[in-house]
Design a protein around this ligand. Structure first.
Ligand SMILES: NC(=O)c1ccc[n+]([C@@H]2O[C@H](COP(=O)([O-])OP(=O)(O)OC[C@H]3O[C@@H](n4cnc5c(N)ncnc54)[C@H](OP(=O)(O)O)[C@@H]3O)[C@@H](O)[C@H]2O)c1
Length: 280
């Protein structure tokens, strides 16, 4: 009996996914860390934040259930063995951190926005060579996953559309990860056919926004916005707008991030969007 119990306990212990979280003290990362503390199947084994390096994450976040150390860099944190590395820092460190994690044999969930298509192509090659999964989600919110799905359906039927991304004035990257991901996905359905091609417009080229994956993307950065994205589809005498908006808390991103952490090990190579691991 005692042996059965020990075997079962050992099995459960083996099933716990060990997570290293870069950006654990940030707006999005701290909400995720607190939620991981409440789960039975995930354990935070290391965290990354330059400001709080050397401290215990539980003390920093006032969450006694978190007992892992905080390191100044992903490289230092990855010295502790983990199954999944979560990247939630800033665009300028996201790629280096992901490379370090893949080198250490971890699967990676990327929440950070700002990586380019070229970055993802490079990471894809590296992940495939190492038989590791990378799940990159510019936005983990369920409403964004649905926006992506609905927009893909509309793009099959309506030949012209543009993307507008809205964010707070101090968001450093533009377009947002959500907008980049949307453009990349919709371009796989087809490329829009503008009546006047962008290179033939009269006036400043910038007025037509950035061209991403063949799609016009406009980024608004103003106080008063949090994060939002919309796709506007236009046809003669009719228009369809599909829009997502999120509020001030990081709560909408937690469930999607947990789902990504739990499922990334089933993947090989880079995959974009949470629907990769959702049955939609
Ligand atoms: N996928 C999604 O659903 C989703 C949702 C929300 C946000 N995001 C994206 O996630 C990223 C983080 O957003 P946030 O609002 O949480 O930012 P934030 O509040 O500024 O937090 C950034 C975190 O990363 C750490 N960090 C920053 N630069 C670092 C570096 N070079 N090395 C190590 N740690 C570093 C910060 O700690 P220190 O400064 O102490 O190092 C902090 O813990 C952004 O790209 C944002 O667009 C994505």
């Amino acid at each position: 009996m005692a042996r059965d119990f020990r075997d079962a306990a050992a099995k459960v212990a083996r099933m716990v996914i060990r997570v290293c979280l870069a950006g654990a003290t940030g707006w999005a990362g701290s909400e995720l860390a607190r939620s991981i503390a409440k789960t039975a199947d995930l354990a935070l084994v290391a965290a990354v934040s330059r400001t709080h390096a050397g401290r215990n994450l539980g003390d920093v976040l006032a969450e006694p259930r978190l007992t892992c150390p905080v390191y100044a860099s992903a490289k230092d944190a990855l010295a502790r063995s983990c199954d999944v590395f979560v990247e939630y820092t800033k665009p300028d460190s996201a790629k280096t951190n992901t490379v370090a994690a893949l080198e250490r044999g971890a699967h990676v969930v990327i929440g950070t926005s700002g990586l380019t298509e070229a970055d993802y192509a490079e990471l894809d090659l590296m992940a495939r060579n190492r038989q590791r999964g990378v799940l990159a989600c510019g936005n983990f919110a369920l409403t964004v996953v649905l926006l992506q799905k609905f927009a893909e359906t509309a793009a099959r039927l309506i030949p012209q559309w543009e993307i507008i991304d809205y964010a707070h004035d101090d968001k450093v990257d533009a377009p947002s990860g959500t907008a980049r991901e949307l453009a990349a996905r919709l371009s796989k359905v087809r490329h829009p056919e503008p009546t006047i091609p962008v290179d033939r417009i009269v006036g400043p080229r910038e007025a037509r926004g950035a061209t991403l994956s063949g799609i016009q993307v406009h980024s608004v950065r103003l106080p008063g916005y949090v994060i939002g994205a919309e796709v506007v589809f236009g046809m003669p005498d009719q228009r369809l707008t599909i829009r997502h908006d999120s509020g001030n808390s990081a709560r909408p991103y937690v469930d999607g991030a947990l789902l990504a952490i739990r499922n990334v090990a089933t993947l090989v190579g880079v995959h974009r969007g949470l629907d990769t691991v959702l049955d939609l």
